[in-house]
Design a protein around this ligand. Sequence first.
Ligand code: FEO
Length: 397
Amino acid sequence: MSKKITDKVLWVGKTDWELKSFHGDELSTRRGSSYNAYLVRDAKTALIDTVWHPYDREFVSRLKETIDLTEIDYIVMQHNEVDHSGALRELLREIPGTPIYCTKKGEAILRGHYHEDWNFVNVKTGDKLSLGETELTFIEAPMLHWPDTMFSYLSGEEILFSNDGFGQHFASESLFDEDVADAEAMLYEAEKYYTNILCPFSAMVAKKVQQILDMKLPLKMICPSHGVIWKQRPELIIQKYQQWSAAYQENQATIAYDTMWQSTRLMAEAIAEGLRDELPTLNVKLMNAARDDKNDILTEMFRSKLILVGSPTINNGISYAISGLLEMIHGLKFKGKKAAAFGSYGWSGEGVKLITDHLQASGLEIVVPEGHRTLWVPDAEALETCRKYGREIAKAL
Ligand code: FEO
């Protein structure tokens, strides 16, 4: 079923209420998602993006209820990861030869994925495609978040189609932000999306947002490829992206730990008390890396000025959950954050150094190079030492 956005623009995507993880299991999507595709109907008709492969037949079948497919003059592929290009083969079975407008890198990615000699038309920033009264202008946006990504601006309707940029994994029957009852959850998902998808490319995000602002485009809506459309206040998500892409932090510390027999948990809690002793207004979040959602932990870390990571030493190393989390921290390339490590041990005790080295290699500023270790189970004195460690770290913030 299509949904009307304006007289000339329809939403023809797929809302995926079932989706619980994305990129395999790399990103949790507990509130589902959507694959937004758009149909612009003017003198000429353009389809912007498609949907994920499992929904290809459903997508084409529902598109047929909206339009005679032979009336589609152009397909615009803004980004060719499979969640957007997955229905192309099914669609082109019906309308072979329809030109696909995409960047040069987009063509390479489509060829690499589908091994088809489709009718590609390469576009770059500033290229235009007239549809009649309206016109699409393409704006390359490399690494937001793939090399092929581009945005498309529709004059007349004053819509920016932004693909993954400004998106959220947020399934909703509401098409527009203004109709979403749980606006807080929607914004949280936008931030979680930014943290886990776009954060490594923040420098490029900042430049692209500024470039778009400098273009002074009249803007009524931002239509991303996931989640709801920013219609009520498109400037809100633009402001958020400006903030998030500029070494974002709030007055928050996140302590992520794993624990085998509760010693490292006790340490984490005592360190948290020490932080708050020194900084009573600091928002301190404790999260168990083995039990809490890894992407929620990363989102809390993204909001933080301080990241503390704790693990018991196990087999001369660190726990599975902390190891995975450290790998993800490394990949997200956080900027301007301080960090330190802690953990319990019984004999060899290398865990804290391993964590510290990893945090340092991830570009975080290590507050206490030696970290803090507790032998066996912390007693009252050891817990007081942990509180002191927390207070010392807080003084360095
Ligand atoms: Fe929504 Fe990068 O695909």
